[in-house]
Ligand binder design. Structure first.
Ligand SMILES: C[S@@+](CC[C@H](N)C(=O)[O-])C[C@H]1O[C@@H](n2cnc3c(N)ncnc32)[C@H](O)[C@@H]1O
Length: 250
């Protein structure tokens, strides 16, 4: 096994182990539960009479399927779909096996796919969830494509995206303002990096400052509400900080 593959494997193991400092989809939905104005929007979507399409972009651990299943199980609408797209063949296979075993009667589908080009019809999704998968993007252009694609697949009415992103934590300092708004214009387009594992030599991913991501969201045609700010501040994972947003089409 190469060094990169070994690190990926360690990352998967960390994300599947409740005892490690991980943040998974259940944390995102716990934050939704605790934020009345966000919960209200999500509940309105979940209470629709028509079958729902929920698109999950990137998931390391199959228990994330349980989290979404729990959200929709009380609806008992056999037409409800969860569509998971992950670029990793290992993630795809693990989720497929898990669904076959745990939810054989549900229309939960897994595809090896790219969040920048989902191959879905426009306006088909009620809820899109991107919980830090955007941090696998390597460039401004890839970030833009990911957000354009989310906007394209979302329905026009009563639809939303739950979006979490790891941000450049060097600017989480009063010197740069509560929301990093004092980061200089020129610095905003320069990505920092963060480790995916809490150990020396960990592979890294890219992260930009908060104002960069908020501009990106506006330019992609979203209005947004931020949530879970206090928990991020009080409960920072190993050397990583994040922001969470509810996105709706303008
Ligand atoms: C940070 S992890 C997501 C963590 C997730 N919130 C969880 O709880 O498991 C990112 C995931 O996105 C996937 N990914 C990376 N690039 C992708 C792409 N272009 N399209 C779809 N999935 C991608 C990775 O394979 C990985 O499974």
């Amino acid at each position: 096994m190469g060094a990169d593959q070994g690190a990926e494997q360690n990352y998967r193991e960390m994300m599947s182990d409740e005892g490690t400092p991980r943040i998974v989809l259940s944390d995102l939905f716990e934050a939704v539960e605790q934020t009345p104005e966000i919960k209200q929007v999500v509940d309105r979507i979940l209470q629709k009479n028509q079958p729902l399409t929920i698109v999950l972009e990137g998931s390391v651990t199959p228990e994330n399927i349980d989290t979404i299943h729990t959200l929709i199980s009380s609806r008992d609408n056999p037409g409800d779909r969860i569509l998971l797209f992950d670029i990793s063949s290992q993630a795809t296979e693990e989720h497929r096996q898990y669904i076959k075993k745990a939810y054989p009667k549900r229309d939960y589908q897994v595809a090896r796919g790219d969040m920048m080009s989902l191959g879905l019809t426009s306006g088909c999704a009620d809820l899109v969830v991107n919980d830090c998968a955007i941090n696998y993007c390597e460039s401004d252009q890839e970030n833009k494509r990911t957000l354009e694609e989310i906007r394209r697949v979302l329905k026009d009415e009563d639809a939303a995206c739950l979006f979490s992103v790891v941000v450049d934590r060097q600017y989480d300092d009063p010197e740069f303002g509560e929301n990093q708004e004092l980061v200089e214009e020129e610095a905003r387009s320069i990505p920092g990096t963060f480790p995916i594992l809490p150990e020396e030599g960990s592979p890294t991913r890219k992260c930009w400052p908060v104002p960069y991501y908020e501009d990106l969201l506006r330019q992609a045609g979203f209005s947004f509400r931020k949530f879970d700010v206090e928990r991020d501040k009080n409960n920072r994972m190993f050397r990583v900080s994040y922001r969470r947003y509810l996105l709706q089409k303008n």
